[in-house]
Design a protein. Structure first.
Length: 198
């Protein structure tokens, strides 16, 4: 059994400037970000199979972050860090420019009522932040069970000239999130992927 390590949560001294992510990981390997990592099923499986990649899980719910922290420490995966914060703020203000290799954004809250659409994560400002923080050649992978929101997300991403659409990312069976497993046989899953050209 691997030794138990200290908490893998990132607790910045400041919240106003981009974080020195390489310092938190202790290396300069590629960084992938699981935005809204939920219960961590996808994140933990990626950590297991992608040992040469740094993985940052972001979620605003402390309970989820604590559970993932405990699980990853028990498993002894050194390539995971966690950040408890709202997704838009993290991407727009805390991710350094041109440092992120991949963003995974699975099942973001669709805020289905028209009057709540302003609360949705995907909008031109968020896409601007994605483009600014992606490395050349970096990718964004999106999945959602809410078809109208999926179409809106894909339209926003297609309208961004700095991104090129590519075949959608398909998770392995073990990488499927808890949300995906819940909706898998109930409704179609919309997927799209985009790349920032090198």
């Amino acid at each position: 059994m691997r030794p138990l390590i200290d908490s893998i949560r990132i607790r910045p001294n400041q919240w106003l400037n981009p974080l020195p992510l390489a310092d938190y990981f202790g290396n300069d390997r590629p960084i992938e970000v699981d935005v809204g990592c939920g219960k961590g099923r996808f994140l933990v499986e990626r950590a297991r199979t992608q040992a040469d990649t740094n993985l940052l899980g972001i979620d605003r719910m402390l309970r989820r972050i604590r559970k993932i922290d405990n699980r990853v420490r028990r498993l002894g995966f050194p390539n995971v860090r966690l950040l408890r914060i709202e997704a838009y703020y993290a991407v727009a203000f805390l991710m350094p420019a041109e440092t992120i290799q991949t963003y995974y954004i699975f099942f973001p809250d669709p805020w289905p009522k028209q009057k709540h659409h302003d609360h949705r994560l995907f909008n031109p400002r968020f896409v601007e932040a994605l483009c600014r923080t992606l490395r050349p050649g970096g990718q964004v992978h999106v999945a959602t069970d809410h078809q109208p929101y999926f179409e809106a997300i894909r339209d926003i991403l297609r309208a961004e000239p700095r991104l090129v659409e590519q075949p959608p990312f398909q998770p392995t069976e073990a990488e499927r999130t808890d949300f995906e497993l819940w909706y898998l046989d109930r409704t179609p899953i919309g997927r799209c992927s985009f790349r920032k050209p090198a």
